[in-house]
Design a protein around this ligand. Structure first.
Ligand SMILES: Nc1nc2c(ncn2[C@@H]2O[C@H](COP(=O)(O)OP(=O)(O)O)[C@@H](O)[C@H]2O)c(=O)[nH]1
Ligand SMILES: [Mg+2]
Length: 344
């Protein structure tokens, strides 16, 4: 799972990347693309690990990707390459400058959101139009196009021409027929307002885009915290009266944004979090662990994390009857602790 960081030049993309991935600060000098894999913080995994005291504890991971030379507005060719770079990302983090600094104009968050969205929309329009041309050409050569695909593509064009990003229409962009085009404006997007150090509020509602996922980060502050040792960071947070670093929240939120949830497996050997999409069937969740478990699937023994906390121990939960046996098509929930029964 991979999230691409996009945004206008000087909006704080590099700073956000370095804060989220705790990578060395480069003061924006780095020109190559960068990728940082980080663990998704999850308090529940920590609690389970304390409970089972396993040899190994494994969290889920996501990767953040910072395109190379990722400054927009550098001519069509430059932009194209950025959009090509993020095309295989599962979601986008859009950094918006919402701080003032010396020698830079006052921030214009609302306009900036639109500027980037327009680039995504134009890029998608090009893809859709090329595809329609291709299908028309095929038809001339006697190959019958799928009418359903043409209908869907035309719906895309209508929305894009109205400057509405396709992420508002998952029922169109996520269909099997269109998914493969990986439309940029259809990717889930988290808008990060990058505020000045002393400002932790969202911009007022008149500058907030409607119907979008928005969050505030003080990227520079977070980046400084990310460079510290844990003790230093704790001291720093206390001094500035901040309860927790925002990066964990951004990471958690971007995990949710991609439609991902976690289930857990527990034991003396290993406590582990696994990543699946929402509404995944138990038998498909089993496959994430091993294809043999899917093949030989009998039943899933499921205990919700909260029910385990209520009961105190697994044995106690069993007595209370909250440990359930579920079949292949059970929809796994976030926080389910699962013990798959299977034979090979
Ligand atoms: N005051 C302030 N400056 C920031 C913040 N985030 C980034 N900057 C500064 O803004 C400049 C551009 O940041 P950078 O991350 O390189 O932006 P990029 O061009 O989008 O990668 C750098 O000098 C950063 O130190 C912030 O939250 N507050
Ligand atoms: Mg940069």
């Amino acid at each position: 799972m991979r999230l691409g960081i996009i945004g206008l030049s000087q909006s704080g993309k590099t700073t956000v990347f370095e804060a989220l991935t705790r990578s060395a600060a480069t003061d924006g000098q780095h020109q190559e693309s960068r990728i940082g894999t980080i663990i998704v913080p999850d308090k529940r995994v920590e609690v389970l690990s304390e409970m089972y005291n396993p040899r190994k504890t494994i969290f889920t991971q996501v990767a953040y990707f910072l395109p190379g030379k990722s400054d927009h507005g550098g001519g069509p060719k430059k932009e194209q390459s950025i959009w090509t770079q993020v095309r295989d990302c599962d979601a986008l983090i859009h950094t918006i400058r919402n701080f003032s600094s010396y020698g830079v104009d006052a921030p214009t968050p609302k306009e900036d959101v639109i500027t980037i969205d327009q680039e995504l929309i134009i890029s998608d329009l090009v893809v859709v139009e090329k595809r329609l041309e291709r299908l028309a050409l095929d038809e001339k050569r006697g190959k019958k196009p799928n009418p359903e695909e043409i209908t869907l593509l035309k719906q895309c064009i209508a929305h894009l021409n109205n400057e509405i990003p396709l992420r508002r229409f998952p029922e169109i962009a996520r269909t099997k027929l269109l998914r493969g085009f990986a439309f940029l404006s259809a990717k889930p997007m988290l808008i990060l307002f990058n505020n000045a150090d002393e400002d932790d509020s969202l911009p007022d509602s008149s500058s907030m885009p409607e119907g979008e996922e928005c969050m505030v980060i003080r990227a520079k502050l977070e980046q400084e915290i990310a460079q510290m040792t844990d003790e230093e960071a704790d001291e720093f947070l206390a001094e500035f009266n901040i309860t927790a670093s925002a990066t964990d929240r951004v990471i958690q939120r971007s995990y949710d944004l991609m439609g991902l949830i976690s289930f857990f497996t527990v034991g003396e050997d290993e406590v582990r979090a696994w990543t699946i999409g929402r509404n995944t069937d138990a038998v498909d969740a089993a496959e994430v662990i091993h294809s043999d478990i899917k093949k030989g699937f009998i039943r899933a023994e499921v205990l919700a994390y909260d029910d385990l906390m209520d009961a105190g121990t697994y044995a106690e939960a069993r007595k209370k009857g909250t440990v359930r046996l579920e079949g292949k098509t059970y929809k796994v929930c976030d926080g389910d602790i699962i013990n798959f029964r299977f034979n090979v």
